[in-house]
Design a protein around this ligand. Structure first.
Ligand SMILES: Nc1nc2c(c(=O)[nH]1)N[C@H]1C(S)=C(S)[C@@H](COP(=O)(O)OP(=O)(O)OC[C@H]3O[C@@H](n4cnc5c(=O)[nH]c(N)nc54)[C@H](O)[C@@H]3O)O[C@H]1N2
Ligand SMILES: Nc1nc2c(c(=O)[nH]1)N[C@H]1C(S)=C(S)[C@@H](COP(=O)(O)OP(=O)(O)OC[C@H]3O[C@@H](n4cnc5c(=O)[nH]c(N)nc54)[C@H](O)[C@@H]3O)O[C@H]1N2
Ligand SMILES: [Mo]
Length: 782
């Protein structure tokens, strides 16, 4: 098969990328960067070719495919760690994707990093390596402790490591001087034990990656519907007749959504993409598991309308849709579902008033769309009987993320698009178990009801004051309030805003502990004492006293199912995440009556306790073994609203002003196709036509011209933070792109250097990763 994945037309050539003397994110390469117009459908052979490339590079040509065929099977394989998209309810065995495969092979690499490696390299030296090079050393094989005398990580015994942690934690003046971070891959059982340990120890300091991801979604849905999750499931995706896809790059970050979109198109549904960029999922796809389509290069459209809103303009568009529906209802009462509004909602009159009071001129200005475009979307919405609205970071990582997501619910409520098939809100969650983490207790603001049950069942006395989230944890490190940091997975140093400030915060800690599978930047930005604890990955066999153990995970649509590893562990010295937590807990709480060791022998015992603490987990051990697991009860789906009024709440928030002034641009930081959060596989971004370049900024051509910036030339980007401080990234390549005026885009995590710790939303406390106020000008050549 010779399908090439880039346009053969002569690529535009740019200057060499700058070297990255102090470490960079992607691989260091001398290859010339290029930008082309990508015109192939998403997925299909481009994806197949890319997968083969990864399998070859990771030397996983045998194990890789074998693992892929075991992935996402009905309770006999492991859950794909690539994203939180649910498994196909029809049990399609090949519902897998390019990026999931990359993610799994990344974990399964035969490369190993052991004591010899750490003996040969000081931490100062490793700090100059690129992040790609750090992870590329392979899987961590044994526990390591930082030795300040030699500036090296050296091997340590597991028990000694636990004792070190226990000693430091017990020596704190207050349990609130410790913070326990969770990245969203942690399975449910480990999650439950982790929060239990933190709360039994005495703190709610449980920052998690959700604080940077979907905190806004959780808060908005909780306030509007009384549950912090979406109500739609895959069946609804299969039956909706209009789908609104907002602020997500699905072809790269939730590729299995492509199949749902292609199927929707084939059955005649309307698919509206709302995004400043026309992403690959808003064009066409070759459905990867459809063998005939693959063989015939047959692509299916995945969009019927693309609306390129300005950054942060979604709320204005949604309000415009609502305004149009309300206007229509004046002559056609069926435009609204009055019966639904009267029976199930609260606050409709105030919402109608705020819609009426907002002028079309204002809505056009704030959304960056014409009235005709807004009316087109409204018309699709009005004609649809079953509408589903989905969103991701393009909506949540803004100052007004909570208001915007509540506006999504407002629009759905107007026509009763809730609690019935084919309809409802459907956030696309990020990490494969980030939703499960919240369900199982990772929350720095736990409810009283949850804590009471935890106390009753587990016999502890959980603290009541709210804990620190991600942003507050970093601030706490600087203020000397957080002295011990434990990271269960993730790469806190790179994922959090203001990279230098976060690293300095970690360095101020008395102890940093990272439970990881691969070496990363967070291990190098270490505290005075530091541990790296290597754990089993999701693909690996977890053998405990009572035999092989499986762990459960929850997907974006509240389905809980088991994940069972099938590979021999990367090293004999690895422990499972639950076992590491139990080890830390026992060393920290020697007199604890929690049966930590007993739990680890058989995870069914953890599940039995979880069944008594968590709503919707009754009979957990049996139900999780059903062929596709079980779905957690969703009260809002049954039109039961756990809000103070017992009804779904309209929100009448004022429309924010999102139009930048005085030559300021709004910069969003996003992922390339070839990365998984802070893990960068290559410097390419296939669907956006980029090769060998990450230090780039996409701009509207007119904005470039106004600033005398030539295609591909070097620019400096300066962000002005909420607190007035400025941060600059120099020598980035400015590339013209189809993006609205005054909007710009580049890659995370590089651009976290531009985000101040003060740049977080007052509504969600989420860092403003999609709305930095920046100026961009040609780099000085002297
Ligand atoms: N392969 C792969 N899969 C992943 C990840 C990964 O890194 N790699 N990460 C996982 C995680 S943790 C998460 S949270 C998700 C992230 O999934 P995404 O939300 O797709 O992540 P981003 O790459 O940040 O892309 C943000 C999208 O929002 C758009 N956008 C930006 N600003 C606005 C705006 O104001 N309005 C609208 N409507 N759109 C806007 C951008 O153009 C872009 O398409 O993916 C998960 N899946
Ligand atoms: N500027 C900007 N910054 C962002 C974002 C953005 O859009 N823009 N997005 C934010 C979002 S949505 C998120 S979710 C965060 C991501 O933040 P994190 O979750 O903290 O970061 P990851 O890059 O996903 O973590 C990668 C590391 O996890 C470890 N790991 C991998 N698998 C396992 C495992 O099975 N167990 C354990 N214990 N460790 C494992 C490996 O050591 C690897 O180096 O980043 C946030 N940061
Ligand atoms: Mo995320």
């Amino acid at each position: 098969m010779t399908a090439s994945d880039v346009n053969e037309s002569a690529p535009a050539e740019h200057e060499e990328p700058p070297r990255t003397p102090d470490g960079g994110m992607g691989p260091s390469t001398d290859k010339k960067p290029s930008q082309v117009h990508y015109h192939h459908p998403a997925a299909g052979w481009g994806a197949a070719k890319s997968v083969t490339h990864v399998l070859v590079k990771e030397r996983a040509l045998v194990d890789g495919p074998r693992a892929i065929f075991r992935m996402n099977h009905e309770n006999t394989g492991f859950d794909c760690p690539g994203c939180a998209w649910p498994d196909d309810t029809k049990g399609l065995k090949l519902d897998i994707c390019e990026n999931g495969i990359k993610h799994v092979t990344w974990e399964m690499t035969p490369k190993r990093v052991g004591a010899d490696f750490f003996a040969a390299h000081t931490v100062s030296e490793l700090s100059t390596w690129t992040d790609f090079a750090l992870e590329d050393q392979g899987r961590l094989t044994q526990p390591l402790v930082y030795d300040a005398a030699t500036d090296r990580y050296v091997p340590i015994d597991w028990q000694e490591a636990f004792d070190l942690i226990g000693g430091e934690l017990r020596a704190l003046e207050s349990p609130n001087q410790a913070a326990f971070y969770t990245s969203g891959r942690l399975g449910n059982e480990a999650t439950f034990l982790y929060q239990l340990m933190a709360r039994e120890f005495g703190t709610n300091n449980l920052p998690d990656c959700s604080n940077m991801c979907h905190e806004a979604s959780g808060r908005a849905l909780q306030a509007a519907l009384g549950t912090g999750k979406g109500t739609a499931d895959l069946k609804d995706w299969e039956t909706a007749d209009a789908l609104f896809i907002m602020g997500v790059n699905a072809a790269s970050n939730a590729p299995r959504m492509l199949t749902a979109l292609a199927e929707a198109y084939r059955r005649g549904a309307q698919i509206v993409h709302i995004n400043p960029l026309v992403e690959a999922a808003a064009t066409r796809t070759i459905v990867p598991h459809d063998i005939t389509d693959m063989a015939l290069f047959k692509s299916t459209r995945t969009s019927t309308l693309n609306l390129q809103v300005r950054a942060g303009g979604d709320m204005a568009l949604l309000r415009g849709i609502a305004k149009a529906v309300l206007e229509e209802s004046e002559h056609d009462p069926k435009a609204l579902d009055r019966e639904f509004i009267d029976r199930h909602t609260h606050g409709f009159d105030a919402y109608r008033a705020v819609c009426e009071a907002t002028s079309w001129e204002e809505l056009e200005l704030q959304s960056g769309l014409t009235r005709a475009e807004i009316l087109k979307a409204a018309d699709i919405y009005s004609r649809s009987d079953r509408t589903l609205i989905s969103w991701c970071l393009g909506v949540s990582q803004h100052e007004h993320g909570v208001d915007t997501i509540r506006e999504i619910v407002n629009v759905l409520l107007l026509r009763g698009n809730l609690g019935r098939e084919g309809a409802g809100p459907s956030p696309v969650r990020g990490h494969s178990n980030v939703q499960g983490n919240r369900t199982c207790g990772i929350d720095h603001r736990p409810t009283e009801a949850f804590l009471r049950r935890l106390d009753d069942v587990c016999g502890i006395d959980a603290p009541r004051p709210h804990g620190l989230d991600t942003v507050a944890t970093v601030a706490g490190m600087h203020e000397g309030k957080v002295k011990v940091f434990v990271g269960m997975g993730g790469n806190f140093a790179l994922a959090a805003p203001d990279t230098a400030y976060t690293a300095e915060g970690l360095a101020r800690c008395a102890l940093t502990v990272h439970v990881s599978t691969k070496l990363n930047r967070s291990h190098l930005a270490h505290g005075k004492k530091a541990l790296i604890l290597p754990c089993l990955g999701r693909t690996e066999k977890d053998h405990q006293r009572h035999g092989m153990q499986a762990t459960s995970v929850e997907d974006s649509m509240s389905m809980v199912h088991l994940s069972l590893g099938m590979k021999r562990p990367a090293s004999r010295d690895l422990l499972s995440e639950p076992a590491i937590i139990a080890g830390m807990a026992r060393a920290t709480l020697p007199d604890s009556s929690t049966p930590w060791e007993h739990y680890i022998e058989d995870y069914d015992r953890i599940r039995d306790t979880m069944a008594r603490v968590l709503d919707g987990f009754e009979d957990f051990n049996r139900r999780v073994r059903l062929p596709l697991g079980f779905r957690i009860r969703q009260p809002a789906r049954e039109l039961v609203f756990l809000t103070p009024t017992g009804r779904a709440e309209f929100s009448a928030a004022p429309l924010p002003d999102v139009v930048p002034q005085d030559g300021t641009l709004i910069l969003q930081t996003m992922r390339s196709h070839d990365q998984w959060n802070t893990t960068i596989y290559s410097d390419d971004d296939r669907y956006r036509g980029i090769k060998n370049l990450r230090t780039l900024v996409f701009m509207n051509r007119a904005d470039m011209r106004a600033r005398h910036i030539k295609d591909g030339s070097l620019v400096d980007i300066t962000a002005t933070a909420k607190d007035g401080t400025r941060r600059t990234l120099r020598q980035y390549h400015a590339l013209p792109y189809d993006i609205p005026r005054s909007c710009a885009a580049g890659y995370m995590p590089e651009m976290n250097a531009l985000i101040s710790a003060s740049d977080y939303s007052l509504q969600s406390d989420q860092p403003l990763m999609k709305s930095l106020k920046v100026t961009i000008s040609p780099s000085r050549t002297d």
